[in-house]
Design a protein around this ligand. Structure first.
Ligand code: KIV
Ligand code: ZN
Length: 502
């Protein structure tokens, strides 16, 4: 069976989703999970874009083994050299360089002729090739490029050493029929001299359909993101393209090396890290994707699963495992569970997470995977803790002015305050802002129950903005006001770390 390579760009194009920025710890965690998922290539970032991006790609290249690590670069000498510096430590590394080819981009954005664009693309592929064996070139806005010119560029960059040519539908404009024909023409022109990749955006909701049409016509690599996150309407969703190939092998005659049982875990990690929720009816990973509501369907399923189920939930790793650990359980079993869930934490982080688990086990009878994931999100993010909560109590009610009594550790010193507010969260947030002397704006405040029951773990997610920097913070606790305070403090720690990074 033909194998289609999976090029994951969650850490680069995915991170370009509004509000999706990730810190280095989160990117490393994500990259490790992508290796477990079995992706062939991880596009770890755009090293010239910022010092933070550079460092993240460099750390992933040095520390994450098991996939090719790619760095993105415009077709510019300084970009390519920076990308090389970032990926050079990786045992398997790639430079992915791009230049627009559509007349719309060349005329209005870059003000260069087709000849100049072609010459620059060839020169920069040759430069990248002098540094690394594995070079990918993308003619940006390919689907709005005149086909003869696109083919001329593709042929020239392959001649200059590109081992992969990626055909991007940058603005999500193409249709499956048209894109399939374009990929067929590229395949006819370059044969097996380079792998043909596709990179589809979802502006018209066709990114997955267009990618599948490309596979039918000879594409050997698909660029995609987990949950389909990405610039504007997002990118081709990895789980959808992978499960299409897996479910309809008979039709596509192509497979991937993805371990599909890691799909749901990876999807949840992306949601947790970016704060971008998956719509309930989303294919494969939506909360309702395997929920059968109608009586007729339920009846059929009880008789034979095949009647209404084309994918078994366990094939994407979906299961509700109750952690059979209670307050008397030990570290070892807890650590095992963390590793089954895909988290690799240091001994110190496991210890912190274990203490949180013990605390929760005192308050809640059944602990589910989702509870654990919510509990350990701070350990995953690896943010230095300048601020932490020491003690907190709140009084509120129909005849009491909401009052927060708060004790915090700030840079090693314990300080306390009492504040009033319009509600308990308002009082708590005023107290935190006063103690930390911060002036951030609260952009978003979301509350959700992680699992059912009145003893459910509640999770609060907040977005804060200060000096043009936006961060997300989450906090989980069986007391929703405590969760709100934790979320705010986590976000403040992230803001402090971002300020330090510059
Ligand atoms: O959408 C696009 O064209 C891109 C390129 C950099 C490949 O993301
Ligand atoms: Zn893109």
């Amino acid at each position: 069976m033909r194998i289609v390579k999976i090029f994951d760009t969650t850490l680069r194009d995915g991170e370009q989703s509004p509000g999706a920025s990730m810190n280095i710890g989160e990117k490393l965690q994500m990259a490790r999970q992508l290796v477990k998922l079995g992706v062939d290539i991880i596009e770890a970032g755009f090293p010239i874009a910022s010092q933070g991006d550079f460092e993240a790609v460099q750390r992933i290249a040095a520390e994450v083994k098991g996939a090719i690590i790619a760095g993105l670069a415009r077709a510019k000498e300084q970009d390519i050299k920076r990308a090389w510096e970032a990926v050079r430590e990786a045992p398997q590394r790639r430079i992915h360089t791009f230049h627009s080819t559509s007349d719309i981009h060349l005329k209005y954005q870059f003000r260069v002729s087709r000849e100049e664009a072609l010459k620059r693309s060839v020169e920069m592929v040759a430069l990248a090739k002098s540094l690394v064996d594995d070079v990918e070139f993308s003619p940006m806005d390919a689907t709005r490029t005149e086909l003869p010119y696109l083919l001329e560029v593709v042929e020239a960059v392959v001649g200059a050493g590109a081992s992969t040519v990626n055909i991007p539908d940058t603005v999500g404009y193409t249709t499956p029929y048209e894109f399939g024909a374009m990929i067929k023409a590229v395949k006819e022109r370059i044969g097996d001299r380079a792998v043909i990749s596709v990179h589809c955006h979802n502006d018209l909701g066709l990114a997955v359909a267009n990618s599948l049409a490309a596979i039918i016509n000879g594409a050997g690599q698909v660029e995609c993101t987990i949950n389909g996150i990405g610039e504007r309407a997002g990118n081709c969703s990895m789980e959808e393209v992978v499960m299409n190939l897996a479910t309809r092998k008979d039709f596509y005659q192509a497979a991937t090396k993805i371990n599909t049982q890691e799909i749901i875990r990876t999807s949840r990690l992306v949601t947790r890290i970016t704060g971008i929720a998956v719509q309930p009816n989303k294919a494969i990973v939506g909360a309702n994707a395997f929920a059968h509501e109608s009586g007729i369907h339920q009846d059929g399923l009880l008789k034979e699963k095949m009647t209404y189920e084309i994918i078994r939930p366990q094939d994407i790793g979906l299961r509700r495992t109750e952690l059979v650990l209670g307050k008397h359980s030990g570290r070892h079993a807890f650590k095992e569970r963390l590793s089954e869930l895909g988290y690799e934490l240091t001994a110190e982080e496991v210890e912190t997470a274990f203490n949180k688990f013990k605390h929760l086990a005192d308050q809640k009878k059944n602990i589910f995977d989702e509870d654990i994931e919510a509990l350990i999100s701070e350990e995953v993010s690896k943010i230095p803790e300048i601020y932490s909560l020491v003690d907190f109590s709140i009084s509120s009610g129909t005849s009491t002015k909401p009052t927060a009594s708060l004790k915090m550790n700030i840079n090693g010193a314990v300080v306390e305050i009492v504040e009033h507010g319009d509600g308990p969260v308002d009082a708590a947030y005023k107290a935190i802002a006063a103690l930390t002397k911060t002036k951030s704006n609260l952009l978003k405040f979301e509350v959700k129950g992680i699992t059912g029951g009145t003893d459910a773990l509640g999770e609060v997610v907040v977005s804060l903005e200060e000096d043009g920097k936006t961060v997300r913070g989450n906090g989980a606790d069986t007391d929703i006001i405590v969760a709100a305070a934790k979320a705010y403090i986590t976000a403040l720690n992230k803001l402090a770390a971002r300020k330090k990074q510059g």
